[in-house]
Structure formats: structure tokens, C-alpha cells
Ligand binder design. Structure first.
Ligand code: FAD
Length: 424
């Protein structure tokens, strides 16, 4: 098999940002990215497509245009791993070798876990901001709904951008407030979990909007079945340890699908018991293979699965991959940073920023943006700045506010390192 210095699985946020950070540090490094898609998506923009702010074309660029110069793009999918030989297996059975491997394939949207959903998605009032093709339909439904019942669902954790299901609700409700139709629309948020948001500090500000929009919060409600034509949805409702199936009629249904690790990851030796790429949560090095790193939505770290997290993870992975290539121990550390800009109304955002354990990690002084309160500046950040930071910062290896922390090894990282066998 051909052997590259670094092979990267996935040309999404994590794969492209890591390649850019590697090349910034070591121009000319031999990197190959394996990615089957022709287009790259800026998924954080889809909430604003569904809210009628962005055009969906703003959220897509040709894959060729985001590949950093000098990277070899292998235009196919990875189907498996042979870590003992330091090779990845491609869809057509071919193999490529690596000195270091970076795995960032994102996660799988498991539409089929909800009976009848795939058949009706994009019709009968059933939509999802989680798909490029579907986000414009959300806005179409919002514009045309005159009255009735609007349901927004959230599946069990973990999901990417945990705030996105409620962002869809707030922006829809805001549009209905502005057009005066909200009094005729009954809004319900059906969440499989038991809390509006995982970090309690942000909940009071969000609850004010729930009250303003007169939305009903239904916790322990897990969507399991949809009949689009009949406009009915079924939920497994868990209360006091008992689960029963409940039917609800809807006029609009915004679905956030259940999410898991990709099948090719789940059945590989790289996965943990839950099906995610098992990495050390600080160094992002694989728990069992010293020459493998993982980042992004597909890895096991317990941070908020966001592009914001990837922005901080990619420089850590780049730093540590180069250490391993040089025969040294990883020394850069990721603090679990992730961010969720909660679009509570058009023009205002509650900017949640936190690390492992829910520790608040604000990027701005409170007088600029107080994350616990709705902020106009945070909206401008989301609408005008973050797309640019993504395309022209992260993807060019410019690590504004995201330089890795280079720390002496923490005990857990040290242990993980000792457990790994290094090979070249
Ligand atoms: P992705 O960017 O999804 O990329 C994975 C890549 O791997 C894809 O290109 C895919 O084609 C490729 N791939 C898959 N399988 C294979 C294979 N077998 N072989 C090779 N390649 C493969 N984040 C924020 O920071 N802020 C937000 O406000 C925000 N809002 C969001 C709203 C929505 C509706 C959604 C869907 C996401 C949002 N996110 C947000 C999350 C953000 O988009 C992801 O966290 C980020 O894209 C993760 O990067 P990744 O590299 O792990 O995965």
C-alpha cells in the first residue's frame, strides 16, 4: 500500500481544519484526506437557513475548494481499519498506509430509527434543519403555517449541536410572533431528555423565551413513529420509570433525528462500547493505538459536538500528530471547549460556551457578551463572523483564539500514553 505521513478520514470540519493546522506547522507534510463527497457543508448555517436568514447555497462549497493546497484528496469512502498494519481499508478494497492517522468522519443521522420518518421527510409538514436539502422546507412551513400544532423534537443524547432542535423552535416562534400568527399556533417541544439544556446556567434565559412563545415543554418524550399523511406522531413517554406510547396530531413537525457512530466505525477496532472513536479526552490520541487520533462529532470525548469544539481540537491534534511523527509524546491538551449559539429570536443569541463538566469558558468579557443573557452582538457573531472564522480561519490554519494549550502531561494522558505501543 502507498504510505502517507498523515492520512485523514473525512473532509468535514475536523478533517479540513486538522490538515490546515498541520500544514501551517509543517509545510510540505505528505497528507492524504479520504472523503467521498463532492461538496463540503457548513452545517452551523442550517439553523439560519431554516430561520429564513441564510440561503442554503451560502452553506455549501465544492470539496475541491476547501482542500488545503498540497493535500492529496482520495475521493472515496473508508470502509474499515487495519491498525496493526497502520492501514485504512477503502470501499473498493484498496488500502493506504499511514505514519499517523486522524479520524474525523462525523456521525450518522439515524433516520430509520423513527418508523415512517424517511418516507415523509420533506412532505406533509415534516422537516428537519439537520439536512441541507430540508432546511429550506422548514422556512417554507414557517411562512405558510396559519395555525394549528407545531411540534419540535429532540432525540436522546448525544447529538451534534444539542441546541439546534430548540433553535429551530425559537426562530419559528419568533417569525410567528412578528406575523401575528403565534396566538393561533400551539407550540410543543418534545424532548427525550429531562432538561432544556445540559448546562444549567443558560436555562433561565431560555425559559424566558419558552414563556414568551407560550411553548409547552414535554420532557421524556422520544419520537418513535410518524405517519405524515395522517399528520400524526407517536412518542414513547417515560415518566416515573414507566414508558407508554402517546399519539399527537401535528400540522408542522420539525425532527432532530437520533444519532450514532457510523457503522464502519462501530464495527472497527477503533470504537468504544458505544460506537465512537475511543480517544483520550485531553490529547485526543486513541486509547489503544498511539499513531491514531480522533476529533469531531465521531469521537468519544464528552464535549458538546460542535464545529466550535473542532476549532479547538484541530490544533491540539495537529500538535500531537507532529510529536508522534517525531517520536515524542503528545503534549497539547484539549479542555473540552464547545459552543452553542442559541438563536432565541431573530437578532439575539444566548451564547453558551463551556468545557468538560459544564465549566463555563466564555471567549468574551461579560461587558461584551454575557453568555447567560440574550445578546445582539452574539447574533452578529453568528451571522457575520462565524462563517468567516470557519472558512478563512479554521480552514486556513489561522488559529485565532484557538491556539492549543501546551501543558505538562496530565496523569490521565500519561496513563493513556503508557498503554499505547508506538510504531513508525
Ligand atoms: P462533519 O463536518 O460532519 O464531517 C464529516 C465528514 O466525513 C463528511 O464530509 C463525510 O462525508 C465524511 N465521511 C463520512 N463517512 C466517511 C467515510 N466512510 N469515509 C470517508 N469520509 C467519510 N456547530 C457549531 O459549532 N455551532 C453551531 O451553531 C452548530 N449548529 C449546527 C446545526 C445543525 C442543524 C447541524 C446539523 C450541526 C450544527 N453544528 C454546529 C455542528 C457542526 O456542524 C459539527 O459539529 C461539525 O461539522 C463536526 O465536524 P466533523 O468533522 O466531526 O464532521
Amino acid at each position: 500500500a502507498v504510505r502517507h505521513d498523515v492520512v485523514i478520514v473525512g473532509g468535514g470540519a475536523g478533517g479540513i481544519a486538522t490538515a490546515a493546522s498541520l500544514l501551517k506547522r509543517r509545510p510540505g507534510l505528505d497528507i492524504a484526506i479520504v472523503e467521498p463527497r463532492d461538496d463540503h457543508y457548513y452545517q452551523p448555517g442550517w439553523t439560519l437557513v431554516g430561520g429564513g436568514v441564510f440561503d442554503r447555497a451560502d452553506t455549501m462549497r465544492p470539496m475541491a475548494s476547501v482542500m488545503p493546497k498540497g493535500v492529496k484528496w482520495i475521493r472515496t469512502a473508508v470502509s474499515g481499519f487495519a491498525p496493526e498494519r497502520s492501514e485504512v481499508i477503502l470501499e473498493d478494497g484498496g488500502r493506504i498506509g499511514y505514519r499517523a492517522l486522524v479520524v474525523s468522519p462525523g456521525l450518522k443521522l439515524d433516520w430509520d430509527k423513527v418508523e415512517g420518518l424517511r418516507e415523509t421527510l420533506g412532505r406533509n409538514g415534516v422537516t428537519s434543519n439537520y439536512l441541507f436539502d430540508m432546511a429550506p422546507y422548514t422556512w417554507e412551513l414557517v411562512r405558510t403555517l396559519k395555525g394549528g400544532k407545531a411540534i419540535f423534537t429532540q432525540p436522546p443524547m448525544p447529538i451534534k449541536c444539542a441546541g439546534a432542535p430548540q433553535k429551530a423552535m425559537y426562530l419559528s416562534a419568533d417569525a410567528w410572533s412578528r406575523s401575528g400568527r403565534i396566538k393561533d399556533i400551539d407550540i410543543e417541544f418534545c424532548n427525550a431528555g429531562g432538561a432544556l439544556f445540559g448546562v444549567a446556567d443558560y436555562v433561565p434565559a431560555l425559559m424566558e423565551y419558552v414563556a414568551r412563545y407560550n411553548a409547552t415543554l414535554s420532557f421524556g418524550h422520544n419520537l418513535v413513529k410518524v405517519d405524515g399523511e395522517a399528520r400524526k406522531a407517536w412518542f414513547d413517554v417515560t415518566k416515573d420509570g414507566k414508558t407508554e406510547r402517546v399519539e399527537k396530531a401535528f400540522d408542522m413537525l420539525h425532527v432532530c433525528p437520533p444519532q450514532t457512530g457510523h457503522d464502519f466505525i462501530r464495527r472497527s477496532p477503533l470504537a468504544d462500547a458505544a460506537g465512537w472513536v475511543e480517544v483520550n479526552s485531553e490529547t485526543l490520541q486513541h486509547a489503544r493505538y498511539g499513531d491514531i487520533f480522533g476529533l469531531g462529532d465521531g469521537c468519544s470525548t464528552p464535549n458538546a459536538k460542535t464545529a466550535a469544539a473542532v476549532r479547538k481540537q484541530a490544533p491540539v491534534v495537529a500538535e500531537n500528530v507532529l510529536s508522534v511523527l517525531d517520536g515524542k509524546a503528545p503534549h497539547a491538551v484539549y479542555d473540552g471547549y464547545g459552543s452553542c449559539p442559541l438563536t432565541v429570536e431573530r437578532g439575539r443569541i444566548v451564547l453558551a460556551e463551556f468545557g468538560y463538566g459544564g465549566v463555563l469558558l466564555p471567549s468574551f468579557p461579560t461587558w461584551m457578551i454575557n453568555g447567560k443573557l440574550p445578546s445582539r452582538l452574539a447574533w452578529l457573531l453568528k451571522e457575520k463572523m462565524l462563517p468567516w472564522i470557519y472558512w478563512d480561519g479554521m480552514f486556513k490554519g489561522r488559529e485565532w483564539l484557538a491556539g492549543p494549550r501546551i501543558l505538562p502531561m496530565s496523569p490521565t494522558a500519561r496513563e493513556a500514553l503508557d498503554a499505547c505501543d508506538f510504531k513508525d
